[in-house]
Design a binder for this molecule. Structure first.
Ligand code: BTN
Length: 263
């Protein structure tokens, strides 16, 4: 890792963002932010890197992280406000994902959508994902890290072969380069809005917003969790943000995490 620069653009001065640490390269912005959190860095610390050498996705996947895309982690130290770990993870994952969709609409005039639980997609091709990680002491949340990876200026030909059929990027969709600095600022403004909403009004408005922008509900899906596999129609979210799957025998399961495949 080299070339640390810190700043706070004027437009973010009245938000919860305290400091933006801009790195040239790092193994993973989530891991770096985790280390800062343990050192006591405050709520609203943001780490962004031009590239990552060991970017992490969900389920121990590697997140391909060449220069030209967004790799950002946001450190939060929320007061205890949600009943359990899983709804906390859901709340912050949805908050990040909704903010990405709003940013893409504003800067690129594209209607990206949300695939449960953490994907930002365009016509079912993955544009980005959220990796939210939390640390508790007992039942108190010590911190939350929202990690966001978005494919911005990577051309499809440069993607690893295993994702060329399932992923896309903004440059591919728009045919022009996008300024990452603008992406970051607009995204952080959106996150500030939804963060304040979550603090003041709880999970419900976040779930409503996720419903407006999702492309999951109403479709036949299979979800693989660590213990089980569920097949059925994605019916909606419950009030903890768990996905409700109606199976062919008519019973409904509420699922808080897993791999979702469209059937
Ligand atoms: C996924 O869809 O699997 C989540 C991908 C999250 C990738 C981002 S890039 C910035 C942050 N640092 C990481 O190592 N991962 C997240």
């Amino acid at each position: 890792m080299s070339g640390i620069k810190t700043s706070l653009p004027e437009i973010l001065k009245d938000t919860f963002i305290k400091e933006i640490i801009h790195l040239k390269d790092i193994d993973s912005t989530n891991d770096y932010t985790h280390a800062l959190a343990l050192k006591g860095y405050p709520n609203g610390t943001v780490v962004i890197s031009d590239k990552q050498t060991r970017g992490r996705g969900r389920h121990q996947n590697i997140w391909h992280s060449p220069e030209g895309n967004l790799y950002m982690s946001v450190l939060l130290r929320p007061q205890k406000m949600l009943h359990n770990t899983s709804s906390m993870l859901t709340a912050f994952t949805f908050l990040g994902a909704i903010s990405c969709v709003k940013m893409i609409a504003e800067l690129c005039s594209l209607k990206a959508t949300l695939k449960w639980p953490n994907d930002i997609v365009y016509q079912d091709k993955k544009l980005g994902g959220i990796l939210t990680e939390t640390r508790f002491t007992g039942s108190d949340v010590l911190f939350v890290i929202i990690g966001i990876g978005l494919n911005i200026n990577s051309k499809l030909e440069t993607f690893p072969q295993e994702i060329t059929d399932t992923a896309t990027s903004l440059i591919h969709l728009l045919g022009q380069k996008i300024n990452i600095e603008e992406v970051m600022k607009t995204l952080l403004l959106k996150m500030d809005y939804y963060y304040n909403k979550l603090i003041s009004d709880g999970l419900n408005p976040i779930l409503k917003e996720w419903m407006i922008h999702n492309s999951t509900i109403g479709r036949k899906v299979r979800i693989e969790t660590v213990e089980n596999s569920y097949e059925g129609v994605a019916e909606g979210l419950d009030d903890l943000g768990r996905l409700l799957i109606k199976k062919s025998d008519g019973t409904v399961s509420a699922i808080s995490n897993g791999h979702l495949f469209f059937l």
